[in-house]
Design a protein around this ligand. Structure first.
Ligand code: NAP
Length: 223
């Protein structure tokens, strides 16, 4: 059975992508920092007849990534969905150092570390799917999103470069840019006032899988 690693699979879009990949017959490797959220997604997948396993993983910590790769080395690894991400919003001079580091370490370094860990597996069998969940904040700057947008522009540059670097291989690299989704991402934030324009993560996950033939998937917010 082919395996897909999903980062941040315990909530929001990661959870919905995990449910869909499991439905399509993949073994889903659910990762995130909070084990009980992952285990509840795992239970849901098992109850629906799918295959899943939970691993506690902080993508900013290299030792945790290498421990995960050791634990899954016998898997037929097909995909990595770099979905985990954090956002802190507001005027630049209001952002704390920890918030800035959080965004750059998780969104940028975490994505790069995970990709670097998985790529040798893909290269060995000349195949695989690498999907980076970015945001429309990786396409255009927005008020009160300066550092978040900087982190997502970085992931865009990383993804576009890998698309070129791997274009003569069977490793498919996808960039996904979506507008707002109604997920726990906004729980601690008042940045979004009108949640009616947000799509549900279920809807976005379906749209992503329906467009997997594209290198770049753009899903704008509802008008
Ligand atoms: N919601 C939106 O409006 C929106 C719009 C465009 C793009 N996005 C992007 O979509 C992705 C998914 O976000 P979401 O909306 O589904 O939010 P979410 O429900 O908050 O999901 C993010 C997940 O990432 C995990 N995570 C955070 N830091 C991590 C770390 N260091 N290591 C491992 N896992 C970590 C969190 O779990 P733990 O805390 O348990 O680790 C959480 O499950 C993010 O990349 C986000 O930037 C969101």
């Amino acid at each position: 059975m082919k395996s897909v690693i999903i980062t941040g699979a315990g909530s929001g879009l990661g959870k919905e992508l995990a449910l869909l990949f499991a439905k399509q017959g993949f073994h889903t490797i659910l990762t995130g920092r909070t084990l009980d959220k992952l285990q509840s997604v795992e239970k849901e997948i098992h109850e629906a007849g799918g295959s899943a396993q939970s691993f506690s993983l902080d993508i900013t910590i290299l030792q945790e990534i290498s421990s995960l790769m050791t634990q899954i080395q016998s898997h037929d690894l097909y995909g990595l969905i770099n979905n985990a991400g954090v956002g802190h919003f507001g005027p630049l001079d209001h952002l704390g150092e920890q918030e800035i580091q959080d965004m750059l370490q998780t969104n940028v370094l975490g994505t790069i570390y995970m990709t670097q860990a998985v790529l040798p597996f893909f290269k060995e069998k000349n195949g695989g799917l690498l999907m980076n969940i970015i945001s429309t904040a990786g396409l255009k700057g927005k008020v009160n999103e300066s550092v978040y947008a900087a982190s997502k522009f970085a992931v865009r540059g990383f993804t576009e470069s890998l698309q070129k670097e791997l274009e003569n291989t069977n490793i498919k690299v996808k960039a996904v840019y979506m507008g707002g989704m109604d997920t726990p991402f906004w729980d601690e934030s008042d940045h979004i006032t009108n949640k009616s324009r947000l799509r549900s993560p279920e809807e976005v996950a379906v749209m992503i899988l329906d467009n997997l033939d594209k290198e770049s998937i753009v899903i704008e917010s509802k008008k």
